[in-house]
Design a protein around this ligand. Structure first.
Ligand SMILES: [Zn+2]
Ligand SMILES: [Zn+2]
Length: 129
């Protein structure tokens, strides 16, 4: 679901130190229900994906830290406020990076997209239709 982005989407972490811009089309949106996302974000994690080259940090790059959450992927967060911002595969330069939909400034013009890893969903909520 490529969508034209004019003006580009922007977003930031909770404290506002990390600010970013998406300079390319959004490739995909998805809501991940895996247990890692639940522990990381406090709930399931809706994101959109762009080519890593199109994620431009406009402020706060020193506050962005990557946590290697498995042998396959790492997660970017703000060391000041803890916001759960980005997910990407390890050793995959130029690949997709997933961006937290909740970190984007409104209006995004996006919709949440498919639910993935629903077999790991918490027992305290229902998967929205
Ligand atoms: Zn922050
Ligand atoms: Zn996940």
């Amino acid at each position: 679901m490529d969508s034209p982005l004019t003006p580009p989407l922007t977003g930031q972490c909770l404290c506002g130190d990390i600010k970013f811009r998406l300079d390319g089309a959004v490739h995909r949106t998805a809501a991940c229900h895996c247990k890692q996302c639940q522990r990381w974000a406090g709930h399931y994690w809706p994101s959109c994906s762009v080519s890593e080259d199109h994620l431009v940090l406009t402020h706060g790059s020193l506050s962005l830290t990557w946590y290697e959450s498995s042998d396959k992927a790492e997660r970017g967060f703000c060391i000041i406020c803890g916001s759960s911002l980005f997910w990407r595969l390890l050793n995959n330069p130029g690949g997709w990076v997933a961006i937290a939909l909740g970190a984007l400034d409104s209006p995004t013009g996006l919709s949440q997209g498919e639910h993935i890893y629903t077999e790991s969903a918490g027992d305290y909520y229902s998967i929205p239709k």
